[in-house]
Design a protein. Structure first.
Length: 378
């Protein structure tokens, strides 16, 4: 999500309603599905010890099933969101993903049409593709994405149309077209993937949020990310993020995304207490988020440029403890520092900060403001 980063949760609940009575010991068992749902809630709300007990209970009933290593991988990932390959827990996380693939392949070797095996293998390959793309390993990412795509096509041949299916279709339709716009490198590789439809994808995702029984939370998370980072419509994102934050108040990643949305809307009254919470966070990534957004608050509300400058610089310094994450927050800080330098008539320094904003920017609006300000001062 930054990560579009809860691929397993997303796709699992999508297909769990579709694959009953298809030689699926997990998907056809309401009791087990309820346990997985409960475990997912614990993971989302950062209650990892409770989640581990649920996973252990599932393992007792399905010791060789790929659901077990996949849930362990998911639990690890949410301990260090947004997870990167440089994370200390990534090797163990990857180990569980590879175990998921191996157990899925073992089932498929005996039953090539087993949909559960296809699903879990697809999920693990999808996550690995995401991580490789984030670290810049483009060819490895495309290799994993191709395997994911082949499995998606095969699995969808066995699924009926439903509001749950609209979610996966919406993701594919949107990102098949939008991702290469943001990352042109991938354009030359995507001809093998069927074309998507951005507008249709947005409609399908919204329909999944409002009509699905299983993937409402996951659809809301992805759709809020799209509106925030790709479409620059914080007003659209707020509806989904507010619901996520209220349902999982202990989830710091949801909290940071909700705060980002509030700042974009200039709703500083609601933003201020969340800023304080993240400023006090022990993890550098979330602390950086709080400090930089406090800089925005001080600059925009209190009109204190010197104090805002201190918060921006403090946030950037904190971010050095988490150097591979938080590009968006850093770009916000550099844009703020550029505005402050410009207000103090230090135009050369302002230009440096605006260029840094553009270099780091993962959105369009930060770049647009920086370029507009550069045009004014050059």
């Amino acid at each position: 999500m930054n990560n579009i980063n809860s691929f397993f949760i997303v796709v699992f609940f999508l297909f769990s309603s579709q694959l009953k009575s298809q030689n699926t010991p997990l998907f056809s068992d309401a009791s087990l599905l309820s346990m997985v749902d409960r475990g997912g809630d614990f993971i989302y709300n950062q209650e990892f010890e409770k989640a581990a007990l649920v996973i252990d209970s599932i393992e007792l009933q399905l010791p060789e099933h790929p659901i077990v290593p996949m849930m362990k991988a998911m639990s690890l990932a949410w301990r260090d969101q947004p997870i990167r390959t440089s994370s200390p827990i990534y090797p163990e996380h990857e180990k569980y993903l590879l175990e998921t693939i191996a157990k899925s392949e073992m089932i498929s070797s005996k039953d090539p049409n087993n949909l559960e095996a296809m699903f879990f293998e697809m999920s693990a390959h999808g996550l690995l593709a995401e991580y490789y793309a984030q670290e810049g390993s483009s060819f490895k990412a495309m290799s994993q994405a191709k395997q994911t795509y082949n499995l998606i096509k095969k699995t969808m041949e066995h699924t009926a149309q439903s509001s749950e299916l609209l979610f996966l279709s919406g993701l594919y339709n949107y990102f098949r077209e939008k991702y290469p716009e943001r990352h042109p490198f991938y354009k030359s590789f995507l001809w093998v993937f069927k074309s998507g439809d951005i507008e249709r994808g947005l409609v399908q995702l919204d329909s999944a949020v409002h009509h699905s029984k299983i993937v409402k939370i996951e659809a809301g998370l992805y759709l809020s990310y799209i509106w925030l980072r790709y479409e620059n419509r914080a007003d659209k994102a707020r509806y989904y993020l507010e619901r996520l934050h209220k349902k999982y108040p202990a989830n710091d990643y949801f909290k940071a995304k909700y705060l980002e949305c509030l700042i974009r809307q200039k709703d500083f009254e609601y933003a201020s207490p969340l800023i304080s919470e993240l400023q006090a966070h022990e993890k550098p990534y979330f602390k950086m988020c709080g400090e930089i957004f406090r800089g925005v608050y001080v600059e925009k509300v209190e009109k204190s440029l010197d104090a805002a400058e201190r918060f921006y610089k403090r946030g950037l310094e904190t971010g050095k403890l988490s150097p591979d994450r938080g590009e968006y927050y850093r770009s916000v800080a550099y844009l703020g520092l550029g505005r402050i330098a410009e207000a103090k008539n230090n135009l050369e320094l302002a230009e440096v900060y605006y260029e840094k904003t553009i270099d780091l920017d993962v959105t369009d609006w930060l770049t647009e403001e920086s370029e507009a300000r550069l045009d004014e001062i050059e």
